[in-house]
Design a protein around this ligand. Structure first.
Ligand SMILES: CN1CCN(C(=O)c2nonc2N)CC1
Length: 245
């Protein structure tokens, strides 16, 4: 388990990352020194007076700016730093993949724009290609922020106790249980009585059964990869017997 998340990002738009450095859990992780971001802008490696980055990528054009930025990032983070390229062609990002990447003390993320980066750069410099989903975005910055946010939450001390408890359902491969806040009755619907009982083991079992039931109903394929405990099997079986579509 790492004790901090150190990430170098290669991006034309470092300002976008204020969305995770200036707000919420990830912003607090930055302030607490548990998440450290550094940025390298390919535009800083251009040699023409127009600092062009979207010309045809041959003859030393933009296609070769990425390797220069990677080299600079590795000089700062270490030659052995893992290089991740965000792209729809990558392996689909799920919780286990976040955990694996979070176990690297240091990462360099390439947030591409336009048509992406030269295939030879991928072959020679990229260790792993990662996709956040089967759709095409305008750039790699949002996928990079998704990955950074998910990794940061796994660093000890980033989440408060309650949030980390909530993470358990995802860590076990299940969907999260329903959550309720005040008021006790909303539009005529009551908060489930067990949540008001103060019986912590009953509340734990109810939340686990709801996670199991929701996973069965909404994402049954996730259950195929899980070895359920005796308790989980019993709770899911009971949920199924009581379920009315
Ligand atoms: C060049 N650029 C194209 C758009 N892009 C993505 O759509 C994407 N990245 O990671 N998962 C995704 N989906 C990032 C890279």
């Amino acid at each position: 388990m790492i004790n901090k998340c150190q990430v170098g990002v290669i991006t034309l738009f470092p300002e976008m990352f204020s969305a995770i450095t200036d707000y919420g859990v990830s912003g607090r992780a930055v302030r607490d020194g548990l998440l450290e971001l550094q940025f390298w802008n390919p535009r800083d490696f251009t040699e023409d007076k127009h600092r062009s980055v979207d010309d045809r990528p041959y003859g030393g054009g933009p296609g070769m700016l990425i390797p220069a930025a990677i080299a600079a990032a590795k000089q700062a983070l270490g030659a052995d730093t893992t290089v991740v390229y965000l792209s729809p062609q990558g392996q689909k990002l799920v919780h286990q993949g976040v955990q694996q990447l979070a176990n690297h003390e240091r990462l360099i993320l390439i947030a591409g724009r336009y048509e992406g980066i030269d295939e030879r750069v991928i072959k020679q410099h990229v260790d792993v290609e990662v996709s956040i989903g089967d759709y095409v975005l305008s750039g790699g910055e949002l996928p990079a922020m998704v990955l950074i946010d998910a990794m940061a939450r796994l660093v000890p001390g980033v989440l408060g106790h309650q949030d980390s408890a909530n993470e358990d359902s995802f860590a076990s491969g299940l969907l999260d249980c329903p959550h309720y806040t005040r008021p006790e009755v909303l539009d005529g619907e009551q908060v489930p009585a067990v949540l008001l009982s103060g019986n912590h083991d009953n509340i734990r079992r109810w939340r686990l059964q709801q996670s199991l039931g929701r996973t069965w109903l909404r994402r049954p394929e996730l259950l195929n990869d899980l070895a359920l405990t005796v308790e989980q099997e019993a709770l899911l079986s009971e949920f199924k017997s009581q379920y009315q579509a």
